[in-house]
Design a protein around this ligand. Structure first.
Ligand code: SF4
Ligand code: SF4
Length: 323
């Protein structure tokens, strides 16, 4: 029997980019494979649920789980992995904060199904056929997972030990986490395995951000090109750097795109979106309520701007539908 620590990777509601990060470890992925016994990795290897169910509780040293939780199947899997694992790491923005799938919390199951199966222009469904959770075919009962109204983060579903942030997490942070786990050099439970400082602190444009400045108007990268050297906020582009944890290597900034906040907040920031919103409100030029409203009205999709990755984990959680 292998004496190597057992490691699992699992994938819930996400795009799969986090799995790419593991592959992006390149030569280091071979060192990981040498050091650990991978017992579950659905994107790359064919393991079955019964293989995991047959394991003793706690037998898996660590499970890296990416993706938010939206389906009953995902909930069952993460509960199973929690039971079988010593450590669980929420891997990437969707597991950590809800991520892009978490923007589904602006709507609900009924509205999503209505759109997807009836009103999308490419759908021809006059009989209004919708997916069923159970259907009998030729004497067999076929089942599909339940689709929940609300997208949840991993720690809204199971107990989580550590968080690896990012959309996706950079492979150097993944490698550092794997080494820390193998060497037993982990911080306190609940820690985010990335530097606890704001992105602005490590951003090369920080020195171009004046101590005090005001915003006259909001600009968008879709309709104008930012100066490639100057702080985005000082130019009027919304950048979530002040309320976002550092550690990504300033990937977007280096591509002349403002930070969208995928690393989530640094410690002590209760609500990333609200923190940026209040910071921006304080640097608007006008003090007149109507003018402020007009300027804020220039922000296209405020929820998607300030809560792009964090809606399920935020104080808002979801949009209330109906009464
Ligand atoms: S606001 Fe954005 S561009 Fe400006 S210093 Fe912070 S991270 Fe850099
Ligand atoms: S700059 Fe912001 S959005 Fe881009 S990778 Fe870094 S933390 Fe994520």
């Amino acid at each position: 029997m292998s004496a190597k620590p057992k490691v699992a990777f699992y994938w819930c509601a996400s795009c799969g980019g986090c799995e790419e990060t593991v592959v992006d470890l390149n030569a280091d992925v071979l060192k990981v494979v040498e050091a650990v016994d991978i017992v579950l990795w659905p994107v790359a290897l064919d393991f079955k649920r019964k293989d995991i169910e047959a394991m003793a509780d706690g037998e898996i040293a660590v499970s890296f789980i990416n993706g938010a939780v939206r389906l009953s199947e995902q909930e069952e899997w993460v509960e199973l992995l929690r039971k079988k694992s010593g450590l669980v790491v929420a891997f990437g923005s969707c597991a950590h904060l809800g991520g892009i799938p978490g923007l589904g919390n602006v709507t609900n199951r009924e509205q999503i199904f209505e759109r997807k199966y009836t009103t999308v222009p490419t759908i021809d469904n006059p009989g209004r056929t919708f997916p069923q959770e159970a259907v009998a075919v030729d004497g067999y009962e076929l089942e599909l997972p339940s689709f929940y109204d609300t997208v949840k983060t991993l720690d809204q579903t199971i107990d989580v030990d550590y968080y690896l942030p990012g959309c996706p997490p950079p492979s150097n942070l993944v490698w550092d986490a794997v080494i820390a786990i193998l060497e037993g050099k982990l911080p306190d439970k609940g820690a985010v395995l990335a530097p606890n400082k704001a992105l602005c602190d490590t951003c090369s444009r920080n020195e171009t951000k004046p101590e005090e400045f005001i915003i006259h108007e909001f600009k968008r990268v879709a309709t104008s090109t930012p100066d490639p050297e100057e702080c985005f906020l000082a130019q009027g582009y919304i950048c979530l750097g002040p309320a976002t944890r550092s550690g990504c290597g300033e990937r977007c900034i280096n591509g002349n795109m403002p930070c969208r906040g995928c690393f989530g907040p640094s410690d002590g920031v209760v609500d990333q979106g609200a923190k940026v919103l209040s910071g921006i409100a304080s640097i608007l030029e006008s003090t007149d309520a109507a003018e402020i409203e007009a300027t804020l009205g220039e922000v296209v999709d405020p929820l998607g701007t300030f809560y792009r990755f964090s809606l399920p984990s935020s104080l808002l959680g979801r949009v209330r539908i109906g009464g």
